[in-house]
Design a protein around this ligand. Structure first.
Ligand code: HEC
Length: 139
């Protein structure tokens, strides 16, 4: 009887750790993949740094192109285990990937105006999911 109680307690503790680990992996994905890619994406539409050299501008646009690729890939990855969650999660993840994909041509054409516009839509796609799934982030 006593052993069973201990085992049950242990099982519960493991379940809690498991849930925390799943949460942490979404946070890691955000921190290490999604957020840096989004920053690179936004940098294409933002005012360039002062006195940016041609080489630095080229690097900034190339990073934005890589950002699009990453956001598309992460959007797809988030729709499969272990990241997928119930509800509209997959829809939000796909919206992020689609928004990034929609700017591919603009970024390849080095069109800062269109990249800026797409950057606003990307921001909205992040916030849609955060409002529903990470409300403590303040939307
Ligand atoms: C499909 C849902 C979804 C989408 C889309 C999404 N996020 Fe998140 N994001 C989350 C969740 C859930 C958390 C909270 C994770 C946690 O704290 O466990 C989070 C947390 C974060 C964090 C905090 C990570 C940390 O350090 O703890 C950042 C930064 C972030 N998201 C950036 C973004 C950006 C930028 C985009 C858009 C390009 C984006 N997210 C799109 C679900 C999403």
């Amino acid at each position: 009887m006593r052993i069973r109680t201990i085992l049950t307690g242990f099982g519960l503790a493991l379940a809690v750790v498991g849930a925390a680990a799943a949460q942490a992996s979404i946070a890691d994905l955000m921190k290490h993949e999604v957020n840096p890619a989004a920053l690179a994406f936004w940098a294409a539409g933002n005012d360039p740094p002062e006195n940016e050299t041609t080489a630095a501008a080229q690097a900034r646009w190339r990073a934005a192109e890589a950002g699009v690729k990453t956001l598309k890939a992460e959007g797809a990855r988030m729709q499969a285990p272990p990241y997928v969650l119930p509800g509209r999660w997959a829809e939000y993840a796909q919206a992020m990937a689609d928004t990034a994909a929609s700017a591919e041509g603009a970024i390849r054409a080095r069109d800062a105006e269109a990249a800026f516009e797409a950057g606003g839509r990307l921001y909205d796609s992040c916030n849609g999911c955060h409002k529903a799934y990470a409300p403590s982030r303040g939307g």
